[in-house]
Write a protein that binds this ligand. Sequence first.
Ligand SMILES: Cc1cc2nc3c(=O)[nH]c(=O)nc-3n(C[C@H](O)[C@H](O)[C@H](O)COP(=O)(O)OP(=O)(O)OC[C@H]3O[C@@H](n4cnc5c(N)ncnc54)[C@H](O)[C@@H]3O)c2cc1C
Length: 311
Amino acid sequence: MSYLAPGQLKHNEPMSQHVSWRAGGIAQRFYVPLNRDDLSRFVSQETQSDFHVIGLGSNLLVRDGGLTETIIQMHGALKEIQVVEQRPNELILEVEAGVPAPKIARWVAKLGYQGGEFLAGIPGTLGGALAMNAGCYGKETWQCVESVITMDDQGSFFERNNSEYEIGYRHVALKPPVGQRTVSRLHPTQEWFIAARLKFINDPLKKGQQLIKELLARRVATQPLGQPNAGSVFRNPPGGFAAQLIEKSGLKGVREGGAEVSYKHANFIVNVGGATAADIENLIYRVQQRVWEVCGISLTPEVRIIGNRLG
Ligand SMILES: Cc1cc2nc3c(=O)[nH]c(=O)nc-3n(C[C@H](O)[C@H](O)[C@H](O)COP(=O)(O)OP(=O)(O)OC[C@H]3O[C@@H](n4cnc5c(N)ncnc54)[C@H](O)[C@@H]3O)c2cc1C
């Protein structure tokens, strides 16, 4: 990923430099805040603008026609980690949204606590992990969350308890106010994650660092990490695995332009060189259609697709 100096507003920024697929269009306005207060000031002054917050772009497809809203990049900006409480059997950290998830995993293990190892396998920011309820190896981000600090698009901060959210598999939504029935899915112009208090428990055998090593080795063995990708493209359907269905449908190695269904992990689409966002999106739809024809199951994308199509 490339980094810009904090507090800087850039124009016509290529989003391919900020997403792990290394493809996609341009953001007309791209802002990396200096800190929380700078972000609050910036959004409160930008009365005409729509915003979209991103972290490390590891779950994001930006269409080739680019973005007219202002992109706010948390990574490289909100990067503080603080120990709030450290007791023999409990550790509470306050972590800002731009901190990479693997860094949290390393901190927790180094301090001698457990429960954060899985974060080593998620190559995004804490903010992205909160928005996606990212998880792996049986653990999900919100299982560690005590409370969060959020901000709305007027620049106001809120402190929220985890009980205020509806949490599910790759799903997070603010619960509706009492008396209202609809649950609105949290989306970036509603409230953004600024920081979270995360809780971890004692690790008497001090095996966290070893578990992280093993987890990363498993990832290297099973995922095409040498080629630009965005992790699992589809959510696993209830009781099944998207990768198995894609493989069963004979789709490994299938290509659209520079996008290919990975041979190493069928639920990954890799950029084999020069893929456009349209190549990737077309391949996503082709996979969906074929899996439906062969298996009768409708796969739902896990990756977020934003921006305008060309033309
Ligand atoms: C090799 C690889 C392996 C992966 N493995 C896993 C895995 O095992 N499990 C898993 O769950 N995911 C996995 N992913 C996907 C991805 O890393 C996660 O979804 C991650 O949490 C996304 O974080 P990010 O910072 O990159 O978010 P982005 O891709 O930048 O954004 C993703 C979404 O989150 C929103 N968002 C980002 N930051 C904030 C914020 N501060 N406040 C509100 N909304 C925000 C964005 O608007 C967007 O809608 C993998 C990806 C790769 C490339």
